[in-house]
Design a protein around this ligand. Structure first.
Ligand SMILES: Nc1ncnc2c1ncn2[C@@H]1O[C@H](COP(=O)(O)OP(=O)(O)O)[C@@H](O)[C@H]1O
Ligand SMILES: CC(=O)OP(=O)(O)O
Ligand SMILES: [Mg+2]
Length: 442
């Protein structure tokens, strides 16, 4: 059997998403990999973890979905996956040549990097700037070095996509002699997802990326918005860390920076919190805003689907949000999203080809999409097709237009209606395909 497998690992705050691909020998159309299997471990930080494992081709048929007690962090999650890979699917892990790791914060890295001592240390150094993510990814990288010593690990960074953001947009109004050396600026995240979305939408609209202006909403456990001008990131809502901008499952999103000093007077460094992945030293304030805020703090759940169901969305009483915490969470999210859609529309001078929804909530949140679509009508967006909006999650296509204006692009900005699109984004594919197409690696 050929040694041509690429394993793609996406370490989230409390999940590990895993996809295994085989590199194609004779690829066409920039599609360099075939899907072999997908797996995920969720609820890692709130056991019991949930494990799913599904083979698609190239091995014994396996389809498992179960709770597991032996998983309590990302390293044990990865060990559980490897066990299933060998014992149940009967796949020889020695065939894995590359392991692609999503690493959220890449600092000033402009390219993906092979993991060696130097790059490992650099990523470790950045861990405090992505406390829910980089430490978890590093613990999986460490497990890979131990358990798959013949495979090369490559870090793919969320931050790379946003490097074109102009300096005045990425800078903060603080003393630049301090900001510069400390790297205190906007980096932006979800870049692998935005790169996938840009390419998929470009193919769908039959336009090269450089012809496209998009407003993309990646709404998942962490949520962000991105303005893409001529195929390049112009602005995005996350900042120095993934905390800024939109609220998320356990994150506050943007707040008045002084709020935290009034919220807690214990904002000093946590000396040792074993529930954090190794190598992350955060303050009490960062812990509150990253892990004890967001949907969880408002409603008790991180599941935005459940929140949407309980939000009494057909109740027009303006005071409902003060009685129903789910409605408060829903309306608050809608309000913050509109802040970005409105300002990005202006930054793109109204020349927007599409508003694109991606991520777990973006792809499955029918009600939220409907309400955003109603609000952006005044900016010249096409109205939603209700059936398309309801059925989009069932589609196997990467990209589905849920408004009714077809696929023609407003290349000259001459006033054609702007379409609304859903994209089933795939960060693992983005990494693995990039690895497969990079001839210097093979
Ligand atoms: N039917 C639904 N409607 C709205 N949101 C949903 C629905 N189903 C799942 N979600 C949300 O999708 C989120 C997960 O999104 P995903 O992009 O997979 O997150 P992650 O950032 O962990 O990769 C869940 O936290 C949940 O809130
Ligand atoms: C950057 C970030 O917040 O990622 P995720 O949404 O996967 O948690
Ligand atoms: Mg995610």
């Amino acid at each position: 059997m050929a040694s041509n497998l690429i394993l793609a690992l996406n370490s989230g705050s409390s999940s590990l998403k895993i996809t295994l691909y085989a590199r194609r020998d004779d690829y066409q159309d920039d599609h360099g990999v075939d899907l072999l299997l997908t797996a995920s471990l969720s609820n890692i930080s709130a056991p019991p973890a949930k494990f799913t494992f599904e083979t698609h081709s190239g091995s014994k048929e396996v389809n498992r979905s179960e709770e597991v007690d032996s998983v309590y962090d990302h390293a044990t999650a990865f060990a559980h996956f490897l066990d299933c890979l060998e014992n149940d699917a009967g796949l020889d892990k020695g065939r894995i040549v590359y392991i692609c790791h999503r690493v959220v914060h890449g600092g000033d890295y402009a390219e993906p990097v092979i993991i060696d001592e130097e790059s490992y240390e650099k990523i470790e150094h950045l861990s405090d700037l992505a406390p829910l993510h980089n430490g978890a990814a590093l613990s999986v990288i460490k497990a890979c070095i131990e358990k798959l010593p013949n495979a090369k690990s490559i870090a793919y960074f969320d931050t790379i996509f946003h490097r074109p953001i102009p300096v005045h947009i990425a800078s903060c109004a603080i003393d630049q002699s301090i900001a510069g050396p400390k790297g205190l600026k906007k980096y932006g995240f979800h870049g692998l997802s935005y790169a996938f979305v840009l390419r998929a939408v470009s193919k769908f609209l039959k336009q090269p990326p450089e012809n496209l202006n998009l407003i993309v909403l990646h709404l998942g456990s962490g949520a962000s918005a991105c303005a893409i001008k001529h195929g390049r990131s112009l602005d995005t809502s996350m900042g120095l860390t993934p905390l800024n901008g939109l609220p998320g499952a356990t994150r506050s999103g943007a707040i008045d920076p002084s709020l935290i000093f009034h919220y807690t007077n214990r904002a000093g460094r946590i000396t040792h919190d074993p529930s954090f992945a190794a190598h992350v030293g955060v303050t009490e304030a960062e812990d509150i805003l990253n892990r004890r805020s967001g949907w969880k703090s408002l409603t008790g759940t991180t599941d935005f689907g459940e929140i949407s169901k309980k939000a009494e969305l057909d109740n027009p009483d303006p005071s409902i949000a003060s009685r129903n915490p789910n409605r408060l969470a829903f309306d608050l999210f809608l309000d913050r999203i509109l802040n970005y859609v409105g300002s990005y529309h202006l930054k793109l001078e109204g020349k927007v080809d599409a508003l694109v929804f991606a991520g777990g909530i973006g792809e499955r949140g029918t009600e939220l999409r409907q309400m955003i679509a109603d609000k952006v009508q005044c900016l010249g967006y096409e109205s939603l097709d209700k059936d398309l909006n309801t059925n989009v999650a069932k589609s196997s296509e990467d990209v589905v237009a849920i408004s009714t204006c077809g696929t023609q692009v407003d290349v000259d900005g001459g006033g054609r209606k702007k379409r609304i699109i859903v994209c089933h984004t795939d960060e693992q594919y983005e990494m693995a395909n990039n690895c497969a197409l990079n001839k210097s690696r093979w």
